[in-house]
Design a protein around this ligand. Structure first.
Ligand code: SF4
Ligand code: SF4
Length: 188
């Protein structure tokens, strides 16, 4: 009988070790749903959703703490993609989230080369060097406006973007219009 008890105890210990190893080996870092939501978001890190970047917003949506319609740069296509992913009904963009497209422009004559805007830009759309003129790479600018406030000489202006041919993009496969200067929405 002691042999049987001993064998059972040994088997239980080995099984426990195997389960422990599996839990460590196949552990998923972070929240997999938040990961898939984050892949859909446009990574502009602009904070227009009220969160300090795309990942914190993705985590909040995954926990059900935030609605899926707060990502202004992502617009309707991101709301639809998140609704698809989460099996929910799409909803219109949150109040105030829809705003006319803009890009930043630096008045290079006025720029003193302090680099504050360059540090503030979450998508590296500004180029320049200390004490030298800075300029915006329009094609990279998401229009988040985060560079305007830090400029000590107020030489950054947000210009409205005309929806002309130079900004026209092929619509998404489902026919929804693709926002200007926005990366394609990844279908998770
Ligand atoms: S240049 Fe300014 S408005 Fe454009 S993405 Fe950078 S911080 Fe935002
Ligand atoms: S913050 Fe203003 S002054 Fe400073 S580098 Fe940028 S544009 Fe030039």
């Amino acid at each position: 009988m002691w042999v049987a008890i001993g064998t059972m105890a040994l088997l239980a210990a080995l099984l426990g070790l195997a389960l422990g190893y599996a839990a460590l080996r196949f552990r998923v870092e972070g929240n997999p749903i938040a990961e898939r939501i984050d892949q859909i978001l446009p990574q502009t890190q602009c904070g227009q959703c009220g969160y300090p970047g795309c990942r914190p917003y993705a985590e909040a949506v995954a926990k059900g703490e935030a609605e899926i319609n707060r990502c202004a740069p992502g617009g309707e296509p991101v709301v639809s993609a998140l609704a698809d992913l989460l099996g929910r009904d799409p909803m219109p963009l949150a109040e105030g989230a829809e705003k006319p497209k803009e890009v930043a422009r630096i008045d290079e004559q006025e720029c003193i080369g302090c680099t504050l805007c360059l540090q503030a830009c979450p998508v590296d759309a500004i180029v320049g060097a200390a004490k030298s003129m800075h300029t915006v790479i329009t094609a990279e600018c998401t229009g988040c406006g985060l560079c305007v406030k830090p400029c000590p000489v107020e030489c950054i202006h947000m210009d409205p973007v005309s929806e002309g041919l130079e900004h026209w993009r092929w619509p998404y496969p489902d026919g929804t219009p693709r926002d200007i200067a926005q990366p394609a929405v990844a279908t998770a």
